[in-house]
Design a protein around this ligand. Structure first.
Ligand code: BT5
Length: 273
């Protein structure tokens, strides 16, 4: 085990601990990048193989969905992106970020003992009583959708591992937390990274062979199901109702006031009750 305070080691040292078949067989380790998603997207465009991973100690322009900022303090967390270029049926592609979140939650639970849960679509949260905090977020981006042979999806993961409260500006302190802040113990980031890559590989394989089983795994870990929610949509629209299920294409199914079921494919969820 490496010291939790150590910088991430070389790509070769990380790969020596990896037991995956495809994910991370090609792995790039950077001290600093704008965004691991942007570096991975450029690699995807130049034909890098399925499963290529880009990791960075620091991101100067880490981003979330809709161009939102991902706060990326150096040397304490995990920022990495995986290039996926396998031939999944189109209706399963929405599951890639959802299952990445599930892979993160499973690894966090295995390694730290924390009961990590999911907020649809892809936030990893930790709950203490009524208080929930986001410890990880996933950003999936499509590259070259022209044909299934050219298509790649970049799945980017930001996980707050050993950040302390000072890493988060006041506006994030009521939203964000880290594994260290939740458990009081630093976590070995290499161990965590290797475990997440392996969980994601298993889930992505299973998505192809037994999609219903994988989807049931997501369902079981998702805190949003059964909750009264408000979903903020693009263009200042919103939907309120009870989140009843996640459909086979990854959409959140919300029962609204007039009894209709509405499928939502993208949005920001607030758990009301
Ligand atoms: C996400 O977006 O949660 C996706 C974040 C993906 C980040 C990874 S890091 C590696 C790769 N490279 C990138 O450039 N991105 C990916 P979204 O659901 O839009 O949430 C963004 C919101 O989360 C922000 O508006 C803040 O409110 C909050 N936030 C920002 N930084 C955070 C952090 N470090 N921890 C928890 N919450 C944060």
């Amino acid at each position: 085990m490496t010291s939790p305070h150590a910088l991430l080691p070389s790509a070769e040292a990380i790969q020596a601990d990896l037991s995956t078949r495809i994910i991370g067989k090609k792995l790039f380790m950077h001290a600093e990048v704008d965004s691991t998603n942007d570096v991975a997207a450029a690699l995807a465009k130049s034909g890098t193989p399925d499963g290529t991973v880009v990791v960075a100690e620091r991101q100067t322009r880490g981003h979330g969905r809709l161009g939102r900022r991902w706060v990326s303090p150096p040397g304490v967390n995990l920022y990495f992106s995986i290039v996926i270029r396998r031939d999944y049926p189109l209706h399963l592609l929405t599951w890639l970020p959802l299952l990445a979140a599930l892979g993160v939650a499973r690894s966090v639970e295995k390694i730290t003992g924390l009961a990590a849960r999911l907020k649809w679509p892809n936030d990893v949260i930790c709950r203490r009583g009524d208080r929930t905090r986001k410890v990880a977020g996933i950003l999936a981006e499509s590259i070259g959708m022209a044909s299934s042979t050219e298509r790649a999806i970049v799945v980017g993961i930001g996980l707050n591992a050993n950040a302390t409260a000072e890493a988060f500006l006041p506006d994030l302190q009521s939203i964000a937390s880290s594994l260290l802040m939740e458990t009081g113990r630093p976590v070995d980031r290499v161990h965590l990274l290797v475990s997440i890559l392996s969980e994601i590989e298993t889930l992505y394989d299973e998505l192809r062979s037994r999609p219903a089983l994988t989807q049931a795994g997501y369902y079981a870990a998702c805190d949003t199901i059964g909750k009264e929610v408000r979903v903020e949509l693009l263009g200042n629209q919103h939907v309120e109702g009870v989140a009843e299920a996640v459909g086979p294409e990854g959409a959140l199914r919300v029962r609204v006031a007039d009894g209709a079921l509405v499928d939502i494919f993208a949005g920001d969820v607030v758990h009301l009750r």
